[in-house]
Design a binder for this molecule. Structure first.
Ligand code: HEC
Ligand code: HEC
Length: 296
């Protein structure tokens, strides 16, 4: 008796599941519920809301309009003391496009009167960095001030021009979170894109690039280029010159810089950011390494 009823219930169950399957066949399964976010963890909320692409722009040149920057956060800071001495404030000048400071692409970028020496502090491998620690380091409350006396001569480190500025007086907290996100999850590990060999030491060292694109797929890269870049740069990258170079030549001689510019866009020009994954970047680099398809 008991077994029979169980069987009947089992049968009914199958029937119901079957009906369910029929009626809802064309509906997608509901998205899994994300784990609850602690709505008092303000750091995590701010980090989650931040933009790595904007962080990439800020790292490049935060004074450009595309970053959302208009005036320094502290109204007593004189904007002209930043814009007239930009290389003392651009992250990329002190930490380099590849985040490897003075130990890779910038091994030969000596200081001049208008720019400081490149930092010894590398910003690679920050994937697992604590967001609050990173935020505080970038903000650097109490750090170097915006002061023309400090930035008067980059070749004289005694003036302190090479010190990490007090960005709490310059950038909003939201912008600093964008930078945190860029450094944690937005920046490429350039070792995955090409090989750089250096000889000597900063500032008189030299560098050579090889294996651009590594194990990327050139055919896929050509297709990506045709869709995302050719419209402006031309089918073979020669429509206009970039600092006297074709796009192919520029990429082969500055692979440390191109990967950043693709993500942030060329600020101040019509070239906006391009969304790109690591494997697409490798493919694109592999394609652009070809001197026949993208001549000098
Ligand atoms: C004028 C040169 C200079 C500029 C510009 C600069 N930094 Fe720095 N940065 C330094 C120096 C020097 C240090 C190490 C000492 C310190 O923290 O003051 C440093 C430290 C850091 C650290 C901590 C690294 C560590 O290992 O502890 C981070 C993160 C950082 N900078 C990010 C940035 C970002 C993001 C920007 C742009 C918003 C920037 N820096 C702009 C010179 C600079
Ligand atoms: C909407 C047009 C447009 C698109 C799309 C575009 N670019 Fe550009 N690109 C430009 C312009 C304009 C410049 C700036 C030229 C200048 O500053 O003299 C530029 C500059 C550059 C530079 C030089 C940066 C420098 O520091 O001088 C590189 C590298 C570059 N583009 C690569 C690319 C790649 C790769 C793609 C595709 C992922 C791409 N661009 C897509 C218009 C475009």
């Amino acid at each position: 008796m008991k077994t029979k009823r169980n069987l009947a219930l089992f049968g009914l169950g199958i029937l119901l599941i079957g009906m369910q399957a029929c009626t809802h066949a064309d509906e997608k399964l509901p998205e899994p519920t994300p784990p609850p976010v602690d709505d008092t963890d303000y750091d995590l909320l701010a980090y989650n809301a931040a933009s790595a692409v904007n962080g990439s722009k800020l790292y490049n040149d935060f004074t450009k309009a595309e970053t959302g920057f208009t005036t320094p956060k502290d109204p007593s800071v004189v904007l002209a003391n930043i814009t007239g001495f930009k290389d003392f404030y651009r992250c990329k000048q002190c930490h380099a496009w590849d985040q490897k400071a003075r130990y890779a692409s910038y091994i030969n970028r000596a200081p001049t009167t208008t720019r400081p020496d490149v930092s010894t502090f590398q910003l690679t491998n920050l994937k697992y960095a604590d967001i609050r620690v990173l935020f505080d380091k970038i903000k650097n409350t109490g750090g170097a001030l915006v002061d023309p006396a400090r930035t008067a001569d980059g070749t004289n480190p005694a003036l302190g021009g090479n010190n990490h500025p007090d960005y709490g007086k310059i950038l909003s907290d939201d912008m600093i979170w964008d930078l945190v996100k860029f450094l944690k999850v937005g920046a490429f590990n350039t070792d995955e894109l090409y090989t750089i060999s250096t000889t000597g030491a900063y500032p008189t060292g030299s560098r050579t690039y090889s294996d651009i694109g590594k194990d990327g797929n050139a055919t896929a890269g050509d297709a990506f280029y045709a869709i995302k870049c050719a419209g402006c740069h031309g089918a073979n990258g020669t429509s206009f010159l970039l600092g006297g170079k074709t796009l192919g030549n520029f990429t082969r001689s500055n692979p440390h810089e191109v990967q950043h510019k693709i993500v942030s866009g060329q600020l101040g020009s019509s070239m906006g950011p391009t969304a790109i994954t690591l494997s697409e970047m490798k493919d694109l680099y592999k394609a652009l390494a070809d001197t026949t398809n993208y001549p000098n």
